[in-house]
Design a protein around this ligand. Structure first.
Ligand SMILES: C[C@@](CO)(OP(=O)(O)O)[C@H](O)COP(=O)(O)OP(=O)(O)OC[C@H]1O[C@@H](n2ccc(N)nc2=O)[C@H](O)[C@@H]1O
Ligand SMILES: Nc1ncnc2c1ncn2[C@@H]1O[C@H](COP(=O)(O)OP(=O)(O)O)[C@@H](O)[C@H]1O
Length: 293
């Protein structure tokens, strides 16, 4: 499990919901259950949402959402943090409550697993807060019921993900950990379901990613074409990133619209972020790095 930030107030626990980035996403086929069989290399950014919580003696579960993207979200029962809390409490038969505060730093419905990471962070935080432990396979089932990316977000480490998102294989790619990474969202939300629905059903082959060069040269995101059909500005983001000095690779993450770029040096990253902010002040641009855990 990811490292835990220091506790803040007495009895308060904090978890970071690390942003999920698909360095490659190969769609293989549409499954009978309506999901698509994927092969994807997940990495996680140091950047993410922040979830804090302490026990509520009255047994209620409450959520407050703050931060730059709070207005994009409801704090009610449909929030994935609340869904995760209710699913966990139902499973463990707890009476304890929790007061949760989510700081929403990541854009919503943006291809970087913001909601999925929040759900996984809620599961991690509440297991500690309520002092419960669950068999790993049961926890993964609860996670998968919350969303396809939630199982991988539980550990938030680099991994090959397949199936619908439930088959996980931890992966180490030389030179990837700690690599400077820029995340750019042009301010458009895209529906994951709609983008998958726009996939052209052509299987362009398996994902093999033993090193970064193979990832760059043979990796793809098969959801880029349908996403760009819905939000052409994604093409502008990609060409902007690919024209930056020192960029090692640039691609859309997940079903979009957020794109990422990996850089050889921190200096190249900062120069790229500065230049893109000057040209596109309305874009969300975040400098981060790939988590090394
Ligand atoms: C595309 C990916 C790639 O990592 O990420 P995001 O773009 O969401 O970040 C994930 O597969 C998204 O997972 P998640 O966001 O949890 O999707 P879910 O809520 O489970 O499903 C939303 C909808 O996306 C489609 N879907 C999702 C996953 C999958 N393997 N095949 C699909 O066809 C289905 O139409 C589903 O109803
Ligand atoms: N805490 C949350 N953060 C972000 N999205 C959430 C949250 N709770 C529910 N959602 C819903 O989940 C959907 C997308 O989740 P998210 O994982 O952010 O997408 P993506 O993986 O594309 O970034 C959106 O429809 C959003 O309204």
């Amino acid at each position: 499990m990811p490292h835990v930030e220091a506790e803040c107030r007495a009895g308060e626990l904090v978890e970071t919901a690390f942003a999920k980035v698909n360095l490659a996403l190969h769609v293989r086929k549409r499954r009978p259950d309506g999901y698509h069989a994927l092969e994807s290399l997940f990495v996680f950014a140091e950047a993410g949402d922040r979830l804090a919580g302490h026990v509520r003696p009255d047994g209620m579960i409450s959520l407050r959402v703050e931060g730059p993207f709070a207005q994009m979200l409801d704090a009610g029962p449909d929030n994935l943090v609340m869904k995760a809390a209710c699913a966990l409490r139902f499973h463990v038969g707890k009476e304890d409550g929790a007061a949760l505060v989510l700081t929403k730093n990541l854009p919503v419905a943006s291809g970087i697993g913001g909601g999925s990471a929040d759900a996984a962070a809620a599961l991690r935080l509440l297991m500690r807060l309520w002092d419960v432990s669950i068999a790993p396979e049961t926890l993964e089932q609860i996670a998968l019921s919350l969303g396809s990316d939630v199982p991988a977000c539980l550990s938030s480490v680099t991994q090959m993900v397949s199936g619908r998102g439930e088959v996980l294989q931890r992966q180490t790619i030389p030179g990837l950990a700690g690599m400077p990474m820029l995340l750019v969202n042009p301010g458009v939300g895209v529906s994951t379901a709609r983008i998958f629905g726009g996939w052209d059903q052509v299987d362009r082959g398996a994902l093999a990613a033993s090193d970064l060069r193979q990832l760059v040269e043979a990796g793809r995101n098969d959801l880029e074409p349908p996403a760009m059909a819905v939000a052409p500005v994604i093409g502008e983001v990609l060409s902007g990133l690919r024209s930056c000095e020192g960029v090692a690779m640039a691609r859309m993450s997940g079903s979009g619209a957020t794109c990422f770029a990996l850089f050889d040096t921190e200096r190249d990253l900062v120069a790229a972020a500065t230049s893109l902010r000057e040209g596109h002040p309305q874009w969300w641009i975040a400098e981060t790095r790939i988590r090394s855990a």
